[in-house]
Design a protein around this ligand. Structure first.
Ligand SMILES: *Cc1c(COP(=O)(O)O)cnc(C)c1O
Length: 387
């Protein structure tokens, strides 16, 4: 086996397997979370203009000035966070590279990274690449939704903790961590003197009147928090791979040291287009969030009337559903059957966890799709109960 041992658990992704089944059976793919409509037209035009205008060579290592300034202004306007665009903002190849850069730049081999379970799939692989050790803290049910297991959270921190990686709004569950959870994470991070890395890519996709509160805005947290976001989910451009990380200069510099040898730079002509969108298209983003809120409700209702137990989705692209009332106890087996039986693809939440027994039943469905696609998926899901 030529593959290094630390990468052996990460050879295939569940998305590839389920997307292949979706194609094979011509199924509606509610597995992978990407929108099937474009972002704001003026942003697309800006990218075309940048390409035609000659923005096609290596951009600066830290990102084009227009985008770094737009990100700094966005942080001030949205959250009151003041940043120096030259030392406290780093543009990355998607949030994915921001996460890997931060972990590779800040976690010594053998040190631990606390993360919420279920976790976004790249977290475990990046911690492994860094030679770190993951310590997972489960979400637990609060009825129809999820909250952090506080006892597990404090137990996860110790003398060997290097960082805590927090994803809220959360993928795959759509949970928005409550203020109490954020305060507790901040308290533990301060007590143990560890870096907080936050993945906030769904920061503009909260539902039902919720608003994003970055941990970086809590007292004493700005100095130890790296905040990561991306244009992918805010502006429906997951293929552009324009992300960023912001925070104290020395932490950003650590992420940058690793990042410059991952991709060096990327997405040259898309960077000015995203700068344009951050400055002029936040109303588009708000309308998009309202659309997603409605789609969330439509798909959740459809799953419920098809007989699933449905968890509360508070933000983002996904709703988690429990097929046990329909007689399926294994979410992975259920997801492998679904494309062939009814023509819908989803992914099992067990793909995002270490403790597969606890999460074995749950299935994640994406609702970031056109209304007619969701309606057709709903009709197909209903056939599960109709026979
Ligand atoms: C989509 C997603 C990312 C990846 O963002 P990119 O900008 O496409 O790299 C990172 N974290 C979470 C939680 C996501 O859902």
């Amino acid at each position: 086996m030529p593959l290094v041992a630390r990468m052996r658990p990460f050879t295939s992704t569940i998305f590839a397997e389920m997307s292949a089944l979706a194609v094979q059976h011509d199924a509606i793919n509610l597995g992978q979370g990407f929108p099937d409509t474009d972002g704001p037209a003026s942003m697309l035009q800006a990218a075309v203009g940048a390409i035609n205008g000659g923005d096609n060579q290596y951009p600066p290592g830290i990102g084009v000035p227009a985008l770094r300034h737009a990100i700094a202004d966005h942080e001030r306007e949205q959250y009151g966070i003041d940043l120096d665009p030259d030392s406290q903002v780093l543009v990355t190849v998607g949030a994915t590279e921001a996460i890997s850069g931060a972990l590779l730049g800040l976690v010594e081999p053998g040190r631990e990274v606390v993360m919420i379970e279920p976790y976004y799939d790249s977290y475990a692989a990046c911690v492994a690449l860094a030679g770190g050790v993951r310590k997972t803290v489960p979400l637990v049910s609060d009825g129809d939704g999820f909250v952090l297991d506080r006892d597990a959270l404090s137990a996860a921190f110790g003398p060997n903790t290097a960082a805590v990686l927090v994803n809220s709004p959360h993928n795959p569950t759509g949970t928005v961590l409550g203020d109490d959870d954020l305060v507790e994470i901040a308290r533990l991070a301060t007590e143990h003197d560890v870096v907080v890395i936050t993945d906030e890519v769904y920061e503009h996709l909260l539902f039902d009147g919720r608003t994003q509160q970055p941990i970086a805005t809590l007292p004493g947290m700005a100095e130890r928090t790296l905040r990561i976001s991306s244009a992918a989910k805010t502006f429906n451009c997951t293929g552009w791979k324009v992300g960023w990380v912001t925070g104290p200069a020395e932490l950003v510099a650590a992420a940058r040291a690793a990042k410059q040898f991952l991709s060096y730079v990327g997405s040259g002509p898309f960077q000015p287009a995203v700068a344009h969108a951050l400055r002029t298209e936040m109303a588009w983003a708000r309308d998009n969030a309202r659309d997603l809120e409605r789609k969330r409700t439509v798909l959740s209702d459809a799953l419920r009337s098809a007989g699933f137990g449905v968890h509360r989705s508070e933000a983002g692209y996904f709703v988690c559903a429990d097929p046990r009332p329909l007689g399926f106890t294994d979410g992975a087996a259920f997801c492998r059957e679904l494309p062939a039986t009814i023509g819908v693809a989803a992914v099992p939440v067990s793909a995002f966890v270490d403790d597969t027994a606890t999460w074995q039943h749950l299935v994640r469905f994406a609702f970031c799709k056109r209304d007619e696609v969701i309606a057709e998926a709903a009709a197909r899901l209903r056939t599960l109960t109709e026979g």
